[in-house]
Design a protein around this ligand. Structure first.
Ligand code: SDX
Length: 393
């Protein structure tokens, strides 16, 4: 017996919020960071320049960019005490578990930048997060493959540093491939922000209670991990591997349309985009650039992905439901070619999205009208009733 309570007439949805950071037109397939189209930024900007844009609202001058780059570069190291922290994880821990645990622990360590009422502490916390995410992510990878950690270097760019920390080994010199580093930077730009997605909303809700930025970003990482959200890039590559060859595609497309089958085309569909995800177009182009550079043009996974996209985009089910490839559809093939294991794909998404989460957290926590988030509910449970003693049940 459930009783429906009448809703307070003042009940309003708390599901939307105002923001000046990122604009999406899901029908047109438009994505703007502070008004700049994502494809123009991916083709012309750098990830750190996009970080500056998202956080400050304007593109930096040459001096501003140089100063910002120097600041971030000088926060990339992790205190050696974190070496022992990593030793507490199992070697086969999922790198996203390592990210959630380690980023959350930053607040236990860098507690001189957790007071959100102190502008200087807030700024240092955001610099530390953007700067240290690549170091933590690279360590999560190195720890899982049993190789020694590689320290960041101040003479390398953000993405060059990250690739070197992930793939350099003491046994030989590591030369960063500039084409691959540029591709990595573009991938980070594509993932930097995406207005009020599930993980950003998580960060905003955590921040609305006054939690410190490290804790809020750890909450965002936890939410991003899900296969319907950031975990879709790992799931999409695993799906392409399972399909294996183009002749198997019709069987999987049939399964994706069968409501009784839980299988979904991973990397397809979106809560907002009912057109082609503009990031997916840039990602596909970047994928070809990476495969060309590595002489892997005939990568079988790419053939399967392109044929699957062709078939799905001509299929009336997907056309009717406006299901198009999203950013996760081609990212896995690209990251696989770059040498990352599938478990690292969502880690890279979290690394890049950290600046978006921070920009949204800053916007919300500096808004004097903001109050603690408190979604309301529609109660459908039992009507009020009296307790029944055990011997009477
Ligand atoms: C990200 O929000 C963001 O901005 C997220 C993100 C970001 O940058 O932060 O863009 C990153 O999370 C991208 C999405 C990654 N997820 C996946 O690729 C997982 C596969 N996609 C689906 O699970 C799904 O499309 C969602 C979760 C992304 C969206 O869920 P919805 O809103 O339920 O899907 P929809 O409105 O697009 O679905 C319409 C219909 C539904 O069927 P009906 O209930 O109307 O009968 O299409 C079906 C869905 O069941 N459908 C699919 C499908 N996606 C939706 N059917 C088969 N395969 C799919 N991939």
């Amino acid at each position: 017996q459930t009783g429906m309570f009448t809703l307070d007439p003042g009940f309003t949805s708390t599901a939307s919020c105002e923001s000046q950071i990122t604009y999406i037109d899901g029908d047109e397939g438009t994505l703007l960071y502070r008004g700049y189209p994502i494809d123009q930024l991916a083709d012309n900007s750098s990830f750190l320049e996009v970080c500056y844009l998202l956080l400050h609202g304007e593109l930096p001058t040459e001096t501003e960019l140089k100063d910002y780059t120097t600041t971030i570069t000088h926060h990339t190291m992790l205190h050696t005490q974190f070496d022992r922290f990593f030793e507490g994880y199992r070697r086969d821990a999922h790198p996203m578990a390592v990210m959630v645990g380690t980023v959350g622990a930053l607040s236990a360590f860098y507690h001189d930048s957790t007071d959100i009422d102190d502008p200087m502490q807030r700024m240092i916390a955001t610099h530390r997060l953007i700067a240290k995410m690549p170091t933590i992510a690279a360590r999560a990878h190195k720890y899982s493959v049993g190789q020694p950690f590689v320290s960041p270097r101040n003479d390398l760019s953000y993405s060059e540093n990250f690739l070197r920390m992930c793939f350099a080994v003491p046994a030989e010199d590591y030369e960063v491939n500039p084409v691959l580093a540029r591709a990595m930077d573009k991938i980070f730009i594509l993932h930097a922000d995406h207005e009020q997605n599930a993980s950003t909303s998580t960060v905003r809700l955590a921040g609305s209670s006054g939690a410190n930025p490290f804790a809020c970003i750890a909450a965002g990482i936890a939410c991003l991990w899900g296969p319907s959200h950031g975990g879709a890039n790992e799931a999409a590559l695993n799906m392409l591997r399972e399909i294996g060859s183009v002749d198997k595609i019709p069987e999987y497309v049939k399964r994706a349309k069968d409501k009784s089958d839980p299988f979904r085309l991973m990397g397809f569909g979106h809560r907002v985009y009912k057109n082609y995800d503009p990031r997916a177009k840039v990602m596909q182009k970047t994928c070809h650039e990476v495969l060309d550079e590595l002489d892997k043009r005939d990568e079988p996974l790419l053939q399967v992905a392109m044929e699957l996209e062709r078939i799905a985009l001509e299929d009336e089910y997907f056309v009717e439901k406006k299901l198009y490839p999203n950013i996760d559809f081609y990212s896995g093939i690209t990251l696989n070619a770059l040498g990352f294991p599938t478990e690292m794909y969502t880690v890279l998404f979290a690394l890049a999205r950290t600046v978006g989460w921070i920009a949204q957290w800053e916007e919300m926590t500096t808004d004097p009208t903001q109050r603690i988030g408190r979604p309301r509910q529609i109660y459908t449970g039992a009507a009020q009733r009296d307790y029944v003693p055990l011997d009477k049940r």
